[in-house]
Design a protein around this ligand. Structure first.
Ligand SMILES: Cc1cc2nc3c(=O)[nH]c(=O)nc-3n(C[C@H](O)[C@H](O)[C@H](O)COP(=O)(O)O)c2cc1C
Length: 357
């Protein structure tokens, strides 16, 4: 068990009663979910990576209104891939027959639909105005001046690492806490550079980061119940971050089709693909995963591929198909439980206490 006060202080400061962070899940987490988790003594998170500054501000303000305790706001810090018209056209041509199946036309060109928080002055100013108690980073780090400004505003910072190299950069940047994301995790791999992905497991990565960095480590990936939380704490993590476990909560934004898939045999078949968004992410395997596997040339970058994937999903969903959906889920997906978020936090806390006794 990690009893190092330097590693648990941040949680005490935030008033967390349980070492449980509900993962930010852009498009799936909601102000209601985050607030329910925080109010139940965990740390709720909202993911604003898919929003512009204005919509993100509304989302945060809504969470402030619902949460009686600290919550986390998550930012995407990716390096936007350079446009490559040839690559994009080739990928669209590969997908054209799929659009045809639904009587739809592929988009003429692909747009960079998500803006990075890196160097994004309006977004950064908005965050300093809204002052959530916690801000976390995915896909990399923002510039030093923004991290310093967050620190100056008394905001606790977390950043995702999938390797020791990334964790060392996070430590050097003065971020407070590292989230160790194993390859079991649902959603996007947080790698700074997907080409360098080592696909380490949660088990191995947590042990490495606990021994080889000085930062408090939050374990993420495949953790679905209190026994698994106890194991992560036993390895030296100070807390866990759980995403897939919270998708079936009524407070999440998951669609009925997503919930049904997660409660079917499809939950046993998750895989990592870049064919949905342009960056590797783990979800329930569907037709778009397979189209990516068959594809020889290099894919366009993130988030250009997402523009194509979302258009295809929209055309298919209108006809009742979720063959191309971004139904992210981790390897623990078959263990997801459908219950209100507050009940899930209480259940996890009870299981953890039993496992630790
Ligand atoms: C539906 C879904 C969406 C996600 N979106 C984000 C996100 O916006 N930002 C982020 O930092 N992590 C995101 N993640 C990854 C989580 O932070 C975390 O690493 C992962 O959920 C842990 O693995 P688990 O799903 O097995 O619990 C997402 C995960 C899921 C399942």
């Amino acid at each position: 068990m990690n009893t190092n006060p330097a590693h648990t202080q941040w949680m005490a400061r935030l008033g967390m009663q349980h070492p449980i962070v509900q993962a930010p899940m852009a498009g799936t987490s909601t102000p209601q979910l985050a607030a329910a988790v925080s109010n139940a003594g965990g740390l709720g998170s909202v993911g604003i990576g898919a929003y512009g500054a204005e919509q993100a501000e509304q989302h945060i303000a809504q969470t402030h209104a619902l949460a009686r305790r600290a919550f986390n706001v998550n930012l995407f810090c990716h390096q936007t891939a350079a446009a490559d018209a040839q690559r994009e056209a080739a990928w669209l041509a590969h997908l054209a027959p799929e659009f045809e199946r639904f009587g739809a036309m592929p988009p003429a060109a692909l747009r960079s639909i998500y803006t990075s928080a890196v160097g994004n002055a309006p977004l950064q100013a908005m965050l300093l105005r809204q002052r959530p108690q916690v801000v976390s980073f995915h896909f990399g780090l923002p510039e030093a001046a923004f991290i310093a400004a967050l620190r100056g505003a008394g905001i606790t910072t977390l950043a995702c690492a999938t390797s020791l190299e990334e964790a060392r950069q996070i430590e050097q940047a003065g971020v407070d806490v590292v989230v160790a994301q194993g390859m079991e995790a649902g959603g996007h791999r947080g790698c700074f550079d997907p080409e360098q992905d080592r696909l380490l497991s949660t088990l191995a990565l947590v042990q490495i980061l606990v021994r080889q960095t000085r930062l408090p480590v939050v374990a993420a990936g495949g953790i679905m119940d209190g026994t698994a939380i106890a194991s992560a704490l036993q390895l030296g993590a100070c807390a866990v971050q759980m995403g897939t476990a919270f998708i079936l909560c009524p407070e999440s934004a998951a669609s009925p089709a997503y919930r049904a898939e997660l409660q079917s045999d499809k939950a046993y078949d998750t895989g990592i693909t870049a064919a949905i968004s342009g960056r590797p992410a783990r979800g329930m395997v569907n037709r778009l995963h397979l189209l990516g596997r068959d594809y020889g040339p290099a894919l366009p970058g993130y988030p250009m591929v997402y523009d194509a994937g979302k258009a295809l999903h929209q055309a298919a969903a209108a006809q009742g198909s979720s063959d191309y959906a971004a139904h992210w889920a981790g390897q623990g997906a078959p263990l997801a439980r459908a219950m209100p978020a507050a009940d899930l936090v209480a259940t996890l806390a009870r299981e953890l206490a039993q496992a630790a006794a």
